[in-house]
Design a protein around this ligand. Structure first.
Ligand code: SAH
Length: 245
């Protein structure tokens, strides 16, 4: 049997937001590899081995997946949302690159999913209807100074912004600093959306302004969206017009 690695996105949380091709790949898998909470979303069955691991070992996890595929297994690496957005697809290619000749003939496929940013935007209306920038606020894999620079420049360029990994217990002060930068660049009236646990039973969406925003409004299950200067409310929705001057 020839093995394969499929890197699949499970969407933001709801079963209904998993694509049919991802469900089919999971049905045909012999092994599921991923971060513990994502692997928990897969129903156990005979013939399927679940390999759940901690979040900080992405490249080891990717290598493990490649080795199992080499041995003939049908491996599905799962990420939440889309696997190409701050997730496992790049980690798998990083592991391939380390040993490119060895893994050259292996079948690797990436199956997209609905990323948290898009699910969050849809839950409140259309805040990303014009140009926008997506930024990961975690400094695990890049220096904080670079994050500050990108925040400032994206705000200056007039982009709406979507922030992944806004705030964790290990670095609570950084999100306060991010809000400070945004306030300075965009002013206190700019709309900001905190979209927590989108598409799950715990979903909670809060719309406020940069002037009123508090760092505690975000945690690691929150997507933070900041509008551009045109972003506005219409009834209980928030949207950004498609045009700019
Ligand atoms: N690959 C994922 C992102 C991984 S980074 C994707 O495409 O969605 C993890 C971050 O995504 C979290 O810290 C949070 O900011 C965001 N996130 C993931 N699921 C979410 C959800 N259901 N609701 C709100 N934010 C979510």
């Amino acid at each position: 049997m020839s093995g394969s690695v499929i890197i699949a996105g499970l969407g933001p949380g709801s079963e209904t937001l998993i694509t049919p091709e991802v469900s089919a790949a999971i049905e045909q898998a012999t092994d599921i590899v991923g971060y513990i909470p994502y692997v928990k979303r897969i129903a156990p069955r005979d013939g399927l081995t679940l390999h759940a691991s901690d979040n900080r070992v992405e490249v080891d996890r990717a290598k493990h997946a490649l080795e199992m595929a080499e041995a003939g297994r049908k491996v599905v690496v799962v990420s939440s949302g889309d696997p190409g957005v701050f997730a496992m697809a790049s980690a798998v290619f990083e592991a391939v690159e380390v040993d490119a000749d060895r893994f050259a003939s292996l079948k690797i496929e990436v199956l997209p999913g609905i990323t948290a940013m898009l699910a969050a935007a849809a839950a409140i209306g259309a805040p990303l209807g014009h140009d926008f920038a997506a930024i990961n606020l975690s400094d695990n894999l890049k220096p904080w100074e670079l994050i500050e620079k990108r925040l400032s420049l994206a705000a200056q360029a007039g982009f709406a912004m979507a922030f992944y990994n806004p705030r964790s217990k290990s670095r609570p002060h950084q999100f306060a600093r991010a809000l400070e930068i945004l306030r300075a660049e965009c002013g206190p009236e700019r709309l900001i959306i905190f979209a927590r646990a989108v598409s799950t039973e715990e979903q909670a969406i809060r719309v406020t302004t940069l002037g009123e925003a508090e760092p505690e409004m975000a945690d690691m299950r929150t997507m933070v969206l900041v509008g551009n200067e045109q972003t506005r409310k219409v009834g209980s929705y928030v949207y950004t017009p498609r045009f700019a001057e």
